[in-house]
Structure formats: structure tokens, C-alpha cells
Design a protein around this ligand. Sequence first.
Ligand SMILES: Cc1cc2nc3c(=O)[nH]c(=O)nc-3n(C[C@H](O)[C@H](O)[C@H](O)COP(=O)(O)OP(=O)(O)OC[C@H]3O[C@@H](n4cnc5c(N)ncnc54)[C@H](O)[C@@H]3O)c2cc1C
Length: 406
Amino acid sequence: MKRAIVLGAGIQGVSVALGLQQQGFAVVLVDKAPDCLMRASFRNEGKIHMGFVYANDPTFKTSMLMLRASLSFSRLLDEWTGMEIDWQALTSHPFMYVIARTSLVEPDRLLQSYERLQHEYRTVLKQEGGSYLGQRPDSIWRSLSAEYLQAWIDEKFSVRGVQTVEASLELGGFRRIMRAALDRCNTIEPYFDCSVESVTRTAQGFRVEGSRRDGVSWESHGDIVVNCLWDGRLKVDEQMGIPPQRKWVYRLKYRLLGTLPRKLDGLPSLTGVLGPYGDVVRYSHARTYISWYPACMRGWTSSLSVPKEWDRLCAGQLEDGEASRIARDALAGFEEVVPGIAQTEIDVVDAGVIFSWGKTDIDDPGSELHERYHIGVHHYDGYFSIDTGKFTCAPLFAQEFLDCLR
Ligand SMILES: Cc1cc2nc3c(=O)[nH]c(=O)nc-3n(C[C@H](O)[C@H](O)[C@H](O)COP(=O)(O)OP(=O)(O)OC[C@H]3O[C@@H](n4cnc5c(N)ncnc54)[C@H](O)[C@@H]3O)c2cc1C
């Protein structure tokens, strides 16, 4: 039996591991966290992007990638988990896109891009099949009236918006499903609480070495290695002699979870476009997710590795003062968009790392952060490195990796 060592047990590593075991591999799945999907794949917004947010990529390549990835997401995970996942039960209320008066992209250009998305959606469904989280609606967006918008949104921020079918996944429930799928596979061996320090090519394949949380060292041997380490990926690639070819940035971004005030009970999920605004994600049976970019984006580095200090924040270990300061600033910012939101009771504040190619932040219309298509699978003779790019893309890239292996 061939043996694969998969580095990182986020959505990317778990998708790869499940796919590999179905191909007959014995898999070692390594993560420094105590369990799978504990980092970026748990502390993000969970939006399965169809491409609406990438209207500032003039090539349209990012929107196309997101569309293809979103339409294969549920099909691939159903296949690898061996289940028919109840996607409806995990799905948020659909997103309204609120077009800011200060949008980086003119409203008419945004609408043109959404028109194109609608057209491509039909084409991709026809050519590649699939569904959007189990659904195949005819139409993926429609304009909203100014009256509807004004029920929730301050007119100083916006008087235009569209309703989309795009949604997020409730990540606690999603994590439990992925965990149960791993538990059912007796050919996937979890090495949790184990950090990866080096990968070496040997005559037989690869040796991976690192240390456990208790300081004891570990090593494992495999025929192939798949690097899905996200914020740890570049360092291991470089140690393998594969330095990055472009400028990159790691951002530390916080999320808030809480309960909206009564008077906002009917507030839909929403995303402000296009620029450094924020999102609200509404679920029927889970807390509301809130993020306001100017207050929640609090770390930026172009070093090879992220600062050690970020580890604590990404494991959700904030001090009370820190958490309440971030929550207060974020809600005060969002109050200018959704009056009343400052009364939200927040009970979770934690952070995740976003890796992207680029040099400047999203308030720069020319920033590479508005593009996300230079991502995916890299192959170096048995050593694979996957730049997930977005949560949305992980199953598609796991499939591309399996195709590459064949
Ligand atoms: C606040 C926020 C909001 C986001 N919103 C969205 C969204 O709405 N939609 C979307 O599509 N994407 C979103 N993203 C991006 C998305 O979270 C990531 O693209 C995705 O989760 C990356 O998955 P991954 O498996 O590659 O990384 P991770 O889930 O981070 O997995 C990598 C794993 O590697 C482990 N690891 C790292 N280094 C080492 C090491 N040296 N040794 C051992 N283990 C190591 C980590 O513990 C981790 O478990 C968001 C990100 C953030 C932070």
C-alpha cells in the first residue's frame, strides 16, 4: 500500500486525505493543532463564493474559479465523506450585496459583472454539472428596491443592492461532519498536536520530521508528501528548495460571533461591496457572524512565517480586554451601515490568517488582493504544495491534485 503524508488538517488537508484513502493510499495526516479544522478553516466566514466579491478582477478569472469551485464543493465532499450531507441544515440565509456609495467599482460595472456571472453559472452547470450546496436555482441574483434596503441600511452608506443565492456554511457543524468522516477511515492516521519542521527527499520517497506538543520529536516516511499548511506552507516549501516567486502577504483578521438585538431579528446576511467594509452572516440555528474590515484586520506581514504571537489569537485565546476592544470597534464601524447593530451581544472573538499574493491592501483598486486565481496545486516530483486561496476552492484543488497524481 502506498503511503502519503498530508501536512495540515484544515479543509484542504482533510479533503486531500479523504480523496487519497479512496484511491487506496495509507495516509498520515499531521497538524500542530489538537484536532482537524481548528484554524483558518474554522474561524472564517464560511462563504462559498460564487464570484460576486471579485468584480474588481478585470480578467474575470477569479469569479470563474470561484464559480467552478462553488458548484463542485458539495458534490466532491459528499463523494469523499461517503455521505449525502444535509447541506441545507448547514447553510446560512443568502447574502444581500449592499453597494456602497464609496464602492471602488462603479455600481453599473458591478451589475455588469453579476450579469456575466449569471451567464457563466448556466454554462458551468451545463458543462460540468454539480450544484450550489445541493441547489440549482435558475437565477443567482436580482436587484433590490431602495425601500427594501432602507429597512436595514443607512442611506448615507448605500441605496443600491442585490439579493443573491450565495450563502455561508455553519463551520461548527461542518467541522463535526469532516471529523466523523475521518473517524470512519481506518487508513487515515491522525498525527495531531505534532508540528512539522522539515521534509527531506530520501532514496525511497520522503521523511517528515517535527516535534510533538510535549517536546518529543517524531518522524514519518511516505511515498508522497502534500503540503496543505496554509500559513506554514511557504516555510516548508522554501526548506524544500522552492522559494515563492511573487510578493505575498499574511493578514490576521478577526471574526465576532454573537446575538443581534431583537429589532434586527429579520436582518438578512449581507456583504458591503466593493471595498474595505464588512459582512453579517445569519443562521436559523447558530449565532450571527460579524466582521468589519477596518477594525477586524489587525495584522499584516510579508515575512516567510507569521509572528509567533498570532498562534494564540488563531487558537481563540484572547484576553478579555483585547476581545472587547475589537468587538466594540467593529460594531461601532458597522453601526454606520446597519443602525442598531452596536447593541449586538458578542460572545466569541477570535482570528484567522489569510494568505494572498500581493503587496497592498484592498482599499487600493489595483491591489492583487482583488484577484485570487494564481492559486492551486504545485507538483515537484512526488512533493505537492497546495495554495488553497479560499475555503471555497479546497475540494476543487483536492480533485485537481488527485487528477495530477493519476
Ligand atoms: C477571517 C477570515 C474569513 C475568511 N472568509 C472566507 C470565506 O468566507 N470564504 C472562503 O472561501 N474563504 C474564506 N477565508 C479563507 C479560508 O479560511 C482559507 O482559504 C482556508 O480555510 C484555508 O484552508 P487550509 O486548509 O489551507 O488552511 P487551515 O485551515 O489553516 O489549515 C492549515 C493547517 O495547518 C496547520 N499547520 C500550519 N503550520 C503547521 C506546522 N508547521 N506544523 C503542523 N501543522 C501546521 C494549522 O494548524 C492548520 O490546521 C477566510 C479567512 C479568514 C481568516
